[in-house]
Design a protein around this ligand. Structure first.
Ligand SMILES: N[C@@H](CCC(=O)N[C@@H](CS)C(=O)NCC(=O)O)C(=O)O
Length: 216
């Protein structure tokens, strides 16, 4: 039995949920908030971060490790390409999304949705400005430079890199941001394809259903 601890509105939990759905695995999602202080959760997540995967009592945190583990227990539809250079490329783009891109996209989510509408805290407008005028334009330029004209980020099938990048831009959409096709045409086209895929539409429907009224 597989269980995924984490709330689906987290970009990292969503990435792991994408991986489970892509591989058509049965699992239970145990909603767990970031920074959950309960001893039970801290025992399986020493850094207090979500998500954590549980498999028949075995637990492992961190989406990169979770995706790798899922590839080992369910090798069909691999998330890590077999070709060494493609695999390295996918792992690098995953790392880029999990660090720089998520910082920007989750920052918008936090400043424009989480703080004002869920935490009753003011938006840090300077932070929003910095993300919109510095961090995201730099991310867009980089992604535009590595994206093919069409298809997936690496090789000819979906990889962990796609899951990592797409979950970030979904997070940014909750922060009222979407990629401008005039600024990044290949990325815009890539995201349009991704958002139309059943893997993504199904997850977005589940997220909308779980969203508090008036949000999303
Ligand atoms: N490298 C981790 C990052 C996970 C992560 O940063 N999760 C955030 C939520 S989106 C979290 O739990 N933050 C709480 C904290 O840092 O205390 C992964 O890939 O799973």
């Amino acid at each position: 039995m597989l269980k995924l601890y984490g709330v689906p509105l987290s970009p990292f939990a969503r990435k792991a949920l994408f991986a489970l759905d892509y591989k058509e695995l049965e699992y239970e999602n145990i909603p767990t908030f970031p920074g959950d202080e309960s001893p039970e959760f801290r025992a399986i997540s020493p850094l207090g971060k979500i998500p954590v995967l549980e498999h028949d009592g075995f637990t492992v945190p961190d989406t990169s490790v979770i995706c790798r583990y899922l590839d080992r227990i369910a090798p069909e539809k691999p998330l890590f390409p077999a070709d060494p250079q493609e695999e390295a490329r996918a792992m690098w783009l995953e790392e880029y999304a999990d660090s720089r891109l998520v910082e920007a996209c989750a920052g918008l989510f936090r400043e424009r949705l989480l703080k004002p509408r869920m935490l009753n805290e003011p938006t840090d407008e300077a932070r929003v400005e910095e993300i919109l005028t510095e961090t995201l334009p730099e991310c867009l330029r980089y992604l535009e430079s590595v994206l093919p004209e069409s298809g997936y980020l690496v090789g000819d099938s979906l990889s962990v890199a796609d899951l990592a990048v797409v979950t970030c831009f979904i997070q940014a959409r909750y922060g009222d941001y979407d990629v401008d096709g005039a600024e990044a045409p290949k990325l815009r086209n890539y995201l349009d394809q991704a958002y139309a895929a059943p893997l993504v539409t199904k997850r977005m429907e589940a997220e909308q259903a779980a969203m508090p009224p008036g949000m999303g």
